[in-house]
Write a protein that binds this ligand. Structure first.
Ligand code: MG
Length: 368
């Protein structure tokens, strides 16, 4: 089997409501997504999506994916997409780094591998069943009242896990907001405070030692070193997210005892191949893991849910589904969706989703 054509589409994905990250310093209204289809000489095609969470959240941006495709795609024509490791090595030789830009291509290869073997991705990743994965809400930063209302709304929609974005320059205000949100949390629901790097280590250590709350705290500071400094001086479990881009970053985080768990995001680390390696490392060192993506439609969400569903329940935390924040849906009623607080991966071969071609419109580029 050989790759004969790679096609890319640019999609502007408007959010239902503007979203503010912790500190209120990053506001998003539209996501820039790239859909990729890989066609083969045997008539089997695979789909992938790359979608950073805005241009300023990570060192990744939508146009960067399409610029990288200009370099990568010509070098991948003729390769066997079923050989996912060899395919990834070819991408890494052609364009070192820029892992986020490689993710949609890698996901499309896994889709093809699933289709030709007749197996769903959760099966290829080693699971024995399509396990329902708990989903978590993502609560935009705001006043305590605004955030409590957003959590109550998510709870009505079945969510039992919530990720509240807090963190700013006023430590006392952050502390008050954490206490208020926690006090208003419906019974038997789980809450993480996601700081999105907004605190300096001194602020994190002060705030987290000034409360009796023991919620998980996500990415309190900018770097692995700063988070490791904090992790050794606070009683709450630390989850890392934005500072992890490569396998080496995860190894460094483990060596520095910087966290009790991580976010595994295929679109941040380079696709399902690298995300699975990281997930398996996390299993071996006893981490708790949220497996989800950086953003995008139900296509990217479904790819991540396949990996989440194949992660042992003991190590698995809830997964965020970005597509619920979007005002558009290029895959109506397909893929992993929130059903009573859980998302289940499709049982069809491959990813199990097929984008609406009318929605995609004209491609932005074709390589063959
Ligand atoms: Mg996060």
């Amino acid at each position: 089997m050989r790759i004969t054509r790679i096609t890319a589409w640019k999609l502007d994905l408007p959010l239902r409501e503007p979203y503010w990250l912790s500190g209120g310093r990053l506001k998003f209204e539209t996501l820039d997504s790239t859909f990729v289809r890989i066609d083969t000489d045997e008539g089997v095609s695979g789909w992938g999506e790359g979608c950073p969470w805005g241009h300023t959240y990570l060192p990744a941006h939508g146009p960067g994916i399409r610029a990288a495709l200009e370099i990568l795609a010509p070098a991948l024509i003729g390769l066997d997409p079923r050989s996912v490791d060899a395919f990834n090595r070819a991408m890494d030789v052609t364009l070192p780094g820029h892992n986020y830009a490689k993710s949609p291509l890698d996901i499309a290869c896994w889709d093809i591998l699933g289709k030709v073997t007749g197996l769903s991705l959760w099966q290829l990743f080693g699971a024995s069943s399509a396990a329902p994965v708990p989903v978590n809400s993502s609560i935009s930063t705001g006043t305590a009242d605004q955030m409590c209302a957003a959590i109550a709304s998510a709870s009505e929609n079945g969510y039992r896990w919530h990720s509240a974005k807090i963190g700013g320059t006023d430590a006392a205000a952050d502390l008050a907001r954490m206490e208020a949100i926690s006090a208003a949390l419906p019974p038997n629901e789980t809450l993480t405070f996601d700081i999105n790097r907004a605190w300096l280590p001194a602020v994190a250590i002060h705030v987290l030692n000034s409360t009796a709350l023991r919620n998980r705290i996500e990415q309190p500071c900018q770097t692995i070193e700063q988070c490791a400094h904090v992790a050794g001086r606070v009683p709450q479990p630390i989850i890392l997210d934005e500072c992890l881009h490569t396998f080496q970053d995860h190894l460094n985080a483990y060596r520095m005892t910087a966290c009790e768990g991580i976010k595994v995001k295929p679109n941040r680390v380079g696709g399902l191949t690298k995300a699975r390696q990281i997930r398996d490392f996390g299993l071996s060192v006893g981490w708790q893991m949220h497996v989800e993506d950086t953003g995008g439609t139900a296509l990217a969400d479904t790819a991540a849910i396949h990996l989440a569903a194949s992660t042992p329940q003991h190590n698995r935390l809830a997964s965020w589904l970005c597509h619920y924040h979007l005002a558009v849906d290029p895959l109506p009623e397909q893929g992993a969706r929130n059903e009573g607080g859980y998302a289940t991966p499709p049982k069809m071969p491959g990813l199990g989703v097929q984008p609406d071609m009318a929605f995609l419109g004209q491609p932005c580029n074709i390589w063959e």
